[in-house]
Design a protein around this ligand. Structure first.
Ligand SMILES: NC(=O)c1ccc[n+]([C@@H]2O[C@H](COP(=O)([O-])OP(=O)(O)OC[C@H]3O[C@@H](n4cnc5c(N)ncnc54)[C@H](OP(=O)(O)O)[C@@H]3O)[C@@H](O)[C@H]2O)c1
Length: 279
């Protein structure tokens, strides 16, 4: 079990809307731990290690756009994060920074209530797609990637995935379609032309949108076509649960996980945010 009064941070830019502090602090409260988790607006990702060490913290989460810098600067990278080349969790042990990627196992946990999945089409080729693709590959699930443009597909090609752009996509059957693009996040866009998405869904069983807390056009269309569909809430929750378990060296029970889920559903707390310019 962890010590009392430990401090944790989430580094990102922007960071004001992050719900990670309320999720982690709700679990600390529920478990009667005096530890505290706060937001940190980090503009220069190259300073993450220096700031992590100077803040005297036990652990941190890292979000957009610093996951790759955090990977490069960690002392020890553990597990699948080595393949993804991006990390979202730092834990200090014996004066060393151990780095993990909990987005990947968090995604696997989130889709575990779908039926058996053998093939997946991922829409999008950003950082989230990398974590999802590598997690599925490790489970021996066949994965293909479809992205709007070619540039970000290089990573996936090098890892042996079959990739498509909008221009050369070939229809196929997939058990699961994942939207890992930001289409639908702050707009009503589909991640690909609506008619193409309709055809993709006609040949699929399940749909998962990484975006959470919003009925996106992708999700609405999947439901209209009779697919079992869910948003990204569980993915966000379980990456947090797994990070918390690494921070505290404990396994969380169902009750604490539900406390964390409830905290996620609240609006983000607007508060003072630390940043490196204040130092
Ligand atoms: N639930 C969770 O825990 C969780 C965790 C992480 C991220 N997310 C969500 O996942 C999404 C992706 O995050 P990320 O960090 O991977 O982003 P990212 O690295 O910026 O990648 C964004 C991807 O979306 C594509 N894209 C953007 N706008 C598009 C549009 N209008 N139509 C089609 N494709 C579009 C981009 O294609 P191009 O290459 O052509 O630009 C790129 O492949 C975000 O919505 C984020 O909120 C959720």
């Amino acid at each position: 079990m962890s010590q009392e009064n430990e401090k944790f941070l989430i580094f990102g830019n922007p960071i004001e809307h992050s719900k990670s502090p309320q999720m982690h602090n709700s679990a600390f409260d529920h478990l009667n731990l005096n530890s505290f988790y706060d937001k940190y607006l980090l503009t220069d990702g190259k300073k993450i290690k220096e700031i992590f060490n100077s803040e005297n913290i036990k652990g941190a989460n890292i979000t957009v756009p610093h996951k790759e810098d955090a990977f490069r600067l960690a002392d020890e990278v553990v597990g699948i994060a080595n393949e993804i080349e991006a990390v979202n969790t730092y834990v200090k042990k014996d004066d060393k920074i151990y780095a993990y990627n909990t987005d990947a196992p968090g995604f696997l946990k989130a889709i575990s209530d779908f039926g058996k999945i053998k093939s997946v089409l991922i829409l999008g080729a950003g950082g989230t797609a990398k974590a999802i693709a590598m997690a599925l590959k490790e489970e021996n699930i066949e994965v293909r990637i479809l992205n709007r443009s070619a540039e970000k597909l290089a990573f996936f090609k090098a890892q042996g995935f079959k990739t498509y752009t909008w221009g050369n996509f070939q229809m196929n059957h997939y058990d699961l379609i994942v939207n890992s693009t930001s289409a639908g996040l702050n707009n009503e866009d589909y991640p690909i032309k609506k008619t193409t998405l309709e055809s993709i869904f006609l040949n699929a069983k399940y749909a998962f949108d990484c975006i959470y807390g919003k009925d996106t056009p992708f999700l609405k269309l999947a439901q209209a076509e009779g697919l079992k569909a869910k948003d990204g809430e569980d993915m966000l929750l379980y990456q947090g649960v797994l990070a918390f378990e690494l921070f505290t060296d404990t396994l969380l029970d169902k009750e604490t996980i539900e406390v964390m889920r409830k905290a996620l559903k609240k609006d983000p707390v607007e508060d003072t945010i630390d940043n490196e310019e204040q130092k």
